[in-house]
Design a protein around this ligand. Sequence first.
Ligand code: DQA
Length: 145
Amino acid sequence: TDVLVLNGPNLGRLGSREPDVYGHLDHPGLAQRVLGWAAELGCEAEVRQTDDEAELMAWLHEAVDTRRDVVLNPAAFTHYSYALRDAAAQVTTGGLRLIEVHLSNPASRERFRHTSVIAGVATGTIAGFGVDSYRLALQALVHQA
Ligand code: DQA
C-alpha cells in the first residue's frame, strides 16, 4: 500500500495551536510518528501539509494519477469546501481509498464542525483519537488491502 497523508490548513501550527484540543505534538513530530507507523505496517507513506486549498486539490489529483490511497485531514475545509469534496470524490470513484481523519472529534465541538462535506465521498472516517487517528487510518488501509 502506497499512501499519501495530507494535512490541511493550520495543521502546520500543531504544537502551539490550541494544545488543549490538538495536543502538544508539532507537525514534524506528527509526520515522524506517521512514518514510523507506516514502516511498522510495511507501507510507503508520504506526509504533506498545506494551508492552500488549490495545493491540497492538486495533491488529491496526484494521488489519482499515481494510484495512491489517501489519509486526509481536511481541517477547516472539512466543513465547507465543495471543491475539496469534488477532488476527494475522484480518489474514491477512481477505485482508491480515502480515509478522512481528525485529531479532535468534530461531532462533540461547535455546531459548524458537525457537518463534513468530505465524509460522503470518503471510504471512512476516523476522528477523536489525537495523532492515533492517523495510525488507525493506516491500519485500516493496510489490513483491508
Ligand atoms: C480538525 C477539526 C477541524 O474542525 C478543524 O478545523 C481543524 C482540525 C481535527 O483534526 O480535529 O483544523 O480537522
